[in-house]
Design a protein around this ligand. Sequence first.
Ligand code: PEP
Ligand code: MN
Length: 337
Amino acid sequence: MLIVMQSHASEEKIEKVVEFIKEKGFDAHVSTGEDHTVIGAVGRKIIDKRDIELLDGVKEVIRITSPYKLVSRVFKPDDTVIDIKGIKIGGGNIGMIAGPCSVESYEQMDATAQKLHSYGVKILRGGAFKPRTSPYSFQGLGEEGLKILRSVADKYNMLVTSEVMEVNQIPLFLKYVDILQVGARNMQNFNLLTNLGEIRKPILLKRGLSATIEEWLMSAEYIMAGGNREVILCERGIRTFEHMTRNTLDISAIPVVQKISHLPIMVDPSHATGLRDKVAPMSKAAVAAGADGLIIEVHNNPDTALCDGAQSLYPEQFADLFAELKALAEVIKKNFS
Ligand code: PEP
Ligand code: MN
């Protein structure tokens, strides 16, 4: 941390700041220029920089180290590759997750999975516990939904992901699910994140509706700090002033995150746009921008979907898109796992 003193700050004020930071457990390195004195505070302690900004004679406090450690490339320079039963995500391997918004019935999941499997999709999605904006909307089938998801996935030799909403649901998810999804609305449920840090299954961490990239990475840090190193980030659109799409897909988050962090980053073009016809162009944009994977809503019959039908692709639409994405991946020397 660098503390820049106001020009010509008195010796006494400088000394008080030095004493303050030493009391907080930092070493102080004072360098005096013609106008300004700069104090370098070096240490591993966490301090609220506003506490220093308020001290007499302080002009500005500049943080030079990032608050996240384990998620950062400083800690681990190489890309993290998540390997789930041989299916790889990250480091040149693009993951593809597809399936309906929610599990509605065995027949619906079976019909959808059968098609997706025939197109080469290896990971199936489907919500069993749904975080709906309205309490009157379909809330999901609960454990029954997880059972359906598992049995259909096993039938087609696929992996599954589903959203966990509460700490007490974790044991249930460990039983049925390969990747536990943390939804946008729970990105800062720190108690849930801490508990997910204790398990040893990959976590798909969605970006919060209004979360900055730094806040999102700090949430990943919570999971990693507990010892679970398998975190996949997922950009799913953020809330902006624009209403033509459900959210605004932040494509630039992909290269920004990849520069700072070694963790794979996937993109959810379905929740980002909320509109079926926008899913293909945004999927292509995400792959072109370097995304490590996509999670796309596909329903065997979107017109009858209980949730998010308007943003769900028809299976044939998805098949065409997946073929195009594979061709695109080849151009950038990556491949779909
Ligand atoms: C979902 O993927 O089913 C979902 C609810 O997404 P999000 O948390 O991104 O809104
Ligand atoms: Mn959905």
